[in-house]
Structures are given as structure tokens and as C-alpha cells.
Design a protein. Structure first.
Length: 416
């Protein structure tokens, strides 16, 4: 029986695995390394985060993104976005160097067993482990607006469903959303010759500022410090103090989840959208139906219209009920936050003993950093310490936070 089974091989899963291997745990890792970055993002996209804020985590910090870039003859510079293809290759390099061999098979079911868990792979093999770290990324949590659900995937898709956009060359496409995924997808579509428009609920688009230079006068840094989530003391707190964030009252965390780091486009995509992509603001799809040649959309504040395909760049909603690979018995034991996400203790252990969670699914508890690669460093070190404590003592280090009675948190929806 293994000490730890890591399910998922994206930035969080690989970082947890690197820390677990360095701690000497008997470890098994399942998942296709960097799958969503390799399979679910079109070529030509860039990381929104700064290169220095996009490292996967190993205890000695040997396998950083800038180190990988240097091996490729590229300098990772502040203020210069990294292509997603390069980031995906970096993740594969990290996996080869910092993590035991990754089993690329898919785990289809995790069930509780005496003394731990049993995992079943897609081809029927069973693996036993005393603890499990679930780092399944964002794909189980795809969110499509209710008005668009039920239509054929040939007519409606999510922005994360496309490894490339070639099928839309010369076609009419409507992109729903006002965040980075929507705006960058629309820019790529326009640049390849698609007829594209963006529908956004907001009354204006929001754009991130060009980051200030790395070297600044001390007084500027003191007033607005750099952090892995952007400039400013609030962003610094979210990025650098997730453990303290978890101690905030639940209503405060719910408010932050609903408002902090909301939909916005990166500064470097703005010129590619403005003047090139039609943007319709204050528009929300209220109904949709299939028609000959495409979809007819009913929207607020405008006449209905037809389009050949709709891409919903509407983020992800990380709830307990969408963790379908957990058996019903295990899933049913998980305490939840008001937004429906699983509650976790201070070491990322869920209410089911020995089951640890990582990534987006923990954002309601640990804050906005868990929506970005930057959060993997805090998560990996903290989670592995919790696993070791569970293995050595049989008890968790911290209680699961109880949601405030009657509190209703905002659903966690993120946009790349």
C-alpha cells in the first residue's frame, strides 16, 4: 500500500508529488502531465501570470520556469508573457526531473477502504493508498450558462474544450464572457479570419494594467507591493498569506470570492481586441435554440440574432457534487462551504480522513491564489506536511471550518 496517491498531474498535482517525493513518502502519481495546458488551450495563447509567478514547486526550488527557459535559450523576463506551449513543456520537464514516473492512466473511481483508499484506473487496475491528494484541475468544473445547456456540442462549447480553433475559420462565432479566456479566444478567432463578437454582461470591459518595472523606488514598492497576483496590498495578502486568509470570517471570504480579481483582460491582448472584435456590453443570453445553420440567441437589451457557434468562456464552478470520480459514499461525507465547494482544514485535508484536496476546489477556503499556478507552492508544502502528520499520528492538524449558520457564499467561478 502506498503512503500517498496523487490524482492529477497539472501544476498542483506535480508540485504536491515533488514535495511528497522529497519527504520520502511511498508515492504513486496518476494523470496525463499538464493535460489541460496541452489539450485544452489553443496555440497562440499566453500565460496571464508573470513568469516569476508561474513556477511549479519543489522543496529546493531547483526546477523553476526561468531555469527551464534558460535551457531553451530563452530569458524569462518580468512583463513579457510566456506562451502556453512553453509553459506546458516546462511542466513536462518538471515532471521528468522532480517527480517519480507519472502513470498517465485515468483514475475513474476512488473508494474508501479499511486503512485508506482504493483507486480504480480506466483499464481496471486497483491501487491502494493510505492517503489521497486530489488535484484534478479545472476541467471537472466547467460552467456553461443555463440558457445554453442542452444544445449540441456542435453548436455550443466551452472555451476550455478547444485545443485549437481551426474548425472556426471563416465561420460566425459568438463568445460569451468578459474575462481573459473570452477576450483572448476572440482575438485568436479574429486573427484567423473568423467573424467573431463578444457578449459581456458588464457595462464595460476591464483590462489589467501594464505591470510596473521590477526595480522601483522603495516608496512605490511600499505603497503597492508586487505579488504573484498583481500589485497592491490586498493582492499581496491573497498571494502570500493563504493560511491567514483561511481565518477570515466566512462572509468576508464569500465577498472576496465574488469580487476579487474578477473578469479582466491582460494588457497585452487589449490592442488585439479593440478595433478588431465586435464587443456587445450589457448583454446576457436569456434563451437559445438550434436553427438551420446554427443557434438563435435571445439576449437582454437587444434583438435576437443567429450565429453558427457559441463559445462560452464562462469559467468554472468548483463544487463537491462535480467530483464524480469519488464514490458516492466518500463524496457524501465531505462537508461543504456555502458555495458548495468541499471544506478543507488548514493542511488541505477534507472532512473525510486522509482525503486531501488541491487547486481551484480549495479557493473558497484559501483564497484567490488557489485559482492560479502561484498557489501551488503554498499548497504543496502545506498539504504534504498534513499528509505526513496524518500518516504518523492518524489525526489531522486542524479542524474543518464550519460554515457560518445561514451564510450564503458566492459560487466560485474563475476565468483563465
Amino acid at each position: 500500500m502506498y503512503d500517498l496517491l496523487v490524482v492529477g498531474a497539472g501544476p498542483y498535482g506535480l508540485s504536491v508529488a515533488a514535495h511528497a517525493a522529497a519527504a520520502g513518502l511511498r508515492l504513486r502519481v496518476f494523470g496525463r502531465p499538464m493535460a489541460s495546458w496541452r489539450d485544452n488551450m489553443p496555440g497562440g495563447m499566453f500565460l496571464k501570470s508573470e513568469p516569476w509567478a508561474s513556477n511549479l514547486s519543489d522543496p529546493a526550488a531547483r526546477w523553476r520556469l526561468d531555469t527551464y527557459c534558460a535551457t531553451q535559450g530563452v530569458t524569462a523576463r518580468h512583463g513579457e508573457p510566456i506562451p502556453v506551449e512553453m509553459f506546458a513543456e516546462y511542466g513536462l520537464w518538471f515532471a521528468r526531473n522532480a517527480v517519480p514516473a507519472v502513470d498517465e492512466r485515468t483514475v475513474t473511481r476512488i473508494t474508501a477502504r479499511p486503512g485508506g483508499f482504493e483507486a480504480v484506473t480506466a483499464d481496471g487496475e486497483t491501487v491502494r493508498a493510505r492517503t489521497v491528494a486530489l488535484a484534478v484541475g479545472v476541467m471537472p468544473f466547467v460552467e456553461i450558462p443555463a440558457a445554453l445547456r442542452g444544445l449540441s456540442p456542435a453548436l455550443v462549447s466551452h472555451s476550455s474544450h478547444h485545443g485549437d480553433l481551426d474548425r472556426f475559420r471563416g465561420r460566425d462565432v459568438t463568445v460569451i464572457g468578459g474575462g481573459q479566456a473570452a477576450l483572448e479566444t476572440a482575438a485568436l478567432l479574429a486573427e484567423q479570419g473568423s467573424r467573431v463578437r463578444v457578449l459581456a454582461r458588464a457595462d464595460r470591459l476591464r483590462w489589467n494594467d501594464v505591470p510596473p518595472t521590477w526595480e522601483r523606488p522603495w516608496w512605490q514598492s511600499a505603497r503597492s507591493p508586487q505579488s504573484g497576483l498583481g500589485c497592491g496590498w490586498r493582492n499581496w495578502f491573497y498571494a502570500e498569506r493563504p493560511g491567514l486568509y483561511r481565518r477570515l470570517p466566512e462572509p468576508t471570504r464569500a465577498r472576496i470570492a465574488a469580487t476579487a480579481l474578477g473578469p479582466a483582460g491582460a494588457w497585452w491582448v487589449r490592442d488585439r481586441v479593440e478595433g478588431s472584435v465586435e464587443v456587445r456590453l450589457d448583454h446576457e443570453v436569456t434563451a437559445a435554440r438550434a436553427v438551420s445553420g446554427g443557434v438563435r440567441l435571445e439576449v437582454t437589451g437587444a434583438d435576437s440574432f443567429e450565429t453558427e457557434h457559441v463559445i462560452a468562456a464562462t469559467g468554472f464552478r468548483a463544487t463537491r457534487d462535480r467530483l464524480a470520480l469519488l464514490s458516492g459514499e466518500v463524496r457524501g461525507t465531505l462537508a461543504t462551504m456555502p458555495d458548495g465547494s468541499p471544506a478543507v482544514g488548514r493542511d488541505f485535508e477534507s472532512s473525510h480522513p486522509g482525503l486531501f484536496l488541491a487547486g481551484l476546489v480549495t479557493a473558497a477556503g484559501f483564497g484567490p491564489a488557489m485559482r492560479f499556478v502561484y498557489g501551488a507552492t503554498f499548497t504543496a508544502g502545506t498539504l504534504v506536511r498534513g499528509v505526513r502528520r496524518r500518516l504518523h499520528t492518524g489525526v489531522p492538524s486542524g479542524a474543518i471550518p464550519a460554515p457560518a449558520p445561514g451564510c450564503r457564499g458566492a459560487a466560485e467561478t474563475v476565468r483563465r
